[in-house]
Design a binder for this molecule. Structure first.
Ligand code: AMP
Ligand code: MG
Length: 421
């Protein structure tokens, strides 16, 4: 039986994990399927944007110098020599006192340097020709969108490790990226341990509970950007547990087990990890919930032994599994993002260990509040329904009052932070 437990700080635990980072690998996915994936390379502008100088308005392309004398009391008339819409290019050469009727997005005639808005011009026909009268001088550049004004060829658009969203998709489409280099999703295996566990579909029977950790973890892993594989649940039996955990470990980038990491009679994980010849990085962290979180390493791969208690399992995953997955997704900010907010209600218990209070962010009087969402015990499930953040109450503190400033970790944020500890 593995008995030695040396308590370490959250920062030390996170550091130990980050010293065993695995390299991410690249795959190319169709642009239409890349939403939520993480870029494996910096993406570069493949041309100027726009790549030709175009009209930003519906109107008349003119040579500004021709219009200098136009006044409301002394309108100027120009001959309209062509009519072009978006996607069209004129083959006319525009000379003195000529104009081209042009629609938004159409390429500017080379000789023109301003656009007079349609509303400020009056078109008329005479002797089979078209003319336009304008009452105001145009300035060079009026209503023109110049080649390269948005960005220049070769500019970095988005950096490696960025999570792709709609705006990024639009930008990549603009530059012709039909497929996108993204990080392959790290494969995270899950094994739930505990003889008390039923599958979700099982009817309730005395003494047993449904396995809620697996679906929670699957959702967390998907949110973080990994691929989850559930290898099933294990009764608290050493030999089968050892065998199944060993088998599953070989098939994944990371393995998560839940339950069995405390010091109870049926808490087998520490011994299973030891028999696997995995090196225990830590087995006690100065935090609540989740102090029994245990992480072991074998052949450069990590096994996360998360507590069976749902809230402890949840927090342990966000603090320790998340950065490992995000590092494989090329993120330079793999940890939870930290902000400062006001505590929404009193928390009067002293905190020997750093405590993470499941909270929901709210806004009042222009301030951000972290509102605790329910009973703060590690076995509680339903407080997670509303939780989108974790208020951090540092170890060694004697309790907090509503309105105290606290640090808060954001669970649903995708920016992340480099190092919040
Ligand atoms: P353990 O970490 O194995 O000591 O489990 C701590 C508590 O969490 C016990 O009350 C277990 O019944 C409960 N538990 C363990 N695994 C799960 C699970 N997969 N889903 C829900 N509760 C669990
Ligand atoms: Mg158990």
């Amino acid at each position: 039986m593995l008995e030695t437990r040396k308590i370490i700080s959250i920062g030390e635990a996170a550091h130990a994990i980050m010293t065993h980072q695995k390299c991410g690998t690249i795959e190319h996915v169709p642009l239409m399927a890349c939403e939520g994936r993480f870029l494996a390379k910096d993406m570069i502008a493949t041309c100027d944007l726009p790549h030709f100088t175009r009209s930003a308005f519906d109107g008349f392309a003119v040579r500004a110098e021709d219009t200098a004398s136009a006044r409301p009391e002394k309108p100027l008339t120009l001959e309209v020599v062509d009519h072009i819409g978006a996607g069209m290019v004129t083959d006319k050469i525009v000379t003195t006192n000529q104009a081209v009727r042009i629609m938004t997005g159409a390429q500017m005639p080379a000789e023109c340097d301003a656009v007079v808005a349609l509303e400020l011009a009056k078109e008329f026909q005479k002797d089979g020709k078209t003319f336009v009268t304008i009452k105001r001088a145009a300035k060079i550049g009026d209503h023109i969108s110049y080649q390269g004004e948005e960005t220049k060829l070769g500019t970095t658009l988005v950096t490696k490790g960025t999570r792709i969203h709609a705006g990024i998709s639009a930008s990549l489409a603009t530059f012709g990226y039909e497929t996108v280099p993204v990080a392959k999703k790290p494969v995270v295996g899950i094994l739930a341990t505990g003889s008390e566990l039923l599958e979700v579909s099982d009817p309730l029977v005395p003494g047993k509970i449904r396995n809620s950790n697996t679906s929670m973890i699957v959702a967390q892993i998907h949110k973080i950007g990994g691929k989850a594989i559930y290898f099933g649940k294990l009764a608290d039996d050493f030999e089968t547990s050892y065998q199944k955990i060993n088998e599953a470990f070989a098939k994944v980038d990371f393995l998560i087990t839940t339950g069995g990491v405390s010091v109870g009679d049926y808490d087998l994980m520490p011994d299973v990890y030891q028999k696997m010849n995995a090196h225990i990085l830590f087995n006690k962290v100065a935090m609540r919930p989740g102090s029994v979180t245990t992480v072991a390493e074998k052949d450069g791969k990590l096994i996360f032994g998360l507590s069976g208690n749902p809230s402890a399992c949840y927090v342990g995953l966000e603090l320790f599994v998340r950065p490992s997955i995000r590092a494989m997704l090329f993120s330079s900010a793999p940890h939870l993002q930290k902000i400062t907010a006001y505590l929404g209600s009193d928390f009067t218990k002293p905190n020997p260990f750093t405590r993470f209070i499941r909270s929901e962010l709210g806004f009042r009087d222009g301030k951000v509040f972290a509102n605790p969402v329910g009973i703060d015990k590690s076995n509680i499930i339903l407080s997670l329904i509303k939780a989108n953040s974790l208020a951090v109450l540092p170890g060694g503190t004697r309790g907090f009052q509503a309105g105290d400033q606290v640090e808060v970790l954001l669970i649903d944020d995708h920016e992340g932070s480099e190092w919040p500890w």
